[in-house]
Design a protein around this ligand. Structure first.
Ligand code: ATP
Length: 270
């Protein structure tokens, strides 16, 4: 979809799961689409949980769509698992969960998974493999006891877990989760975060998860803090708190915002 000389075959692929340089995204129709991601550079390390955090509208979903290859008007370098973002060979290697759970309410949990498994791995020859993958994905998200329930009768948290199970079907190396905990109560949020850590630990998967709730930052191994289409910081929660002399990531984020504002609008000399 994009990519320049930096991703030419002679260049060694980045060891990072996601490698971005000069990444710019424009959105909107008409003559003057707006730049919503502005020449950013970052790396998402493999096998870890990276939190993409920032206020509503800062560009988190746009960035995730770019990484999974569904966003138009992306320029710069964006390499995912060693290939240019959007490359067909990445389809089965990435699991993507959008903000709205994409499940069919009139199908059971198992039927939902069977349907998506058939799309992912069609053909009679793969029937046994599909069945095993479905059973495993349902168990991974702890829904074995609800496998026969209609998705429409599940709670919000359980529906989110069905979406996550769909994303886990292909045993992805990279999971991209767009605000998976939005609207969930604190207990469900904690359970889901524990599940992300289990998945990262047992499957060795890389997880990129977005949130605009700053306390979720504390649950991540690494952070990408975004604001107004730019990366404000890339750090571990500990390093960020230390560097900004803050008790929490939220406080550290607000300090960085204040610093960025002060740099952008220097006081007029009197
Ligand atoms: N289809 C679109 N056309 C034009 N601009 C858009 C479109 N979708 C989003 N935008 C703009 O792009 C910017 C980034 O939006 P994006 O959805 O990526 O932010 P976000 O950080 O994910 O927000 P939220 O946390 O509310 O989901 C916003 O200013 C938004 O208004």
């Amino acid at each position: 979809m994009m990519n320049n000389a930096q991703t030419a075959p002679t260049e060694p692929a980045s060891p990072a799961a996601v490698h971005a340089r000069g990444l710019t995204v424009r959105r909107g129709t008409g003559r003057t689409p707006r730049t919503v991601i502005d020449s950013i550079a970052f790396d998402v390390p493999r096998g870890r949980i990276t939190g993409l955090l920032g206020p509503s509208g800062c560009g988190k979903s746009t960035l995730m769509r770019s990484i999974v290859g569904t966003q138009a008007h992306v320029t710069g370098t964006l390499e995912v698992l060693g290939s240019p973002a959007g490359h067909p060979e990445l389809r089965s290697r990435i699991g993507y969960v959008t903000q709205a759970p994409s499940v069919y309410d009139d199908l059971t949990v198992r039927q939902n998974l069977e349907y998506f498994a058939a799309v992912l791995t069609p053909g009679r020859a793969a029937a046994d493999r599909r069945r095993a993958a479905v059973t495993r994905a349902i168990a991974d998200v702890d829904l074995t006891g609800r496998a026969g329930a209609l998705a429409g009768n599940l709670s919000g948290g359980q529906r989110s877990r069905v979406s996550l199970a769909v994303a886990l079907l292909g045993t992805p190396e990279l999971l991209v989760l767009d605000e998976p905990t939005v609207g969930l109560d604190p207990v469900l949020r904690r359970d889901l975060w524990n599940l992300f850590h289990d998945i990262a630990a047992t499957r060795g998967a890389t997880i990129l998860v977005s949130s605009h709730v700053m306390d979720e930052a504390e649950r991540c191994h690494d952070l990408l803090l975004m604001r107004e289409g730019r990366i404000l910081a890339q750090d571990t929660p500990d390093a960020l708190r230390t560097r900004t002399h803050s008790a929490t990531v939220e406080e550290g984020f607000l300090r960085l915002v204040d610093e960025a504002n002060a740099e952008a609008k220097p006081e007029v000399a009197r």
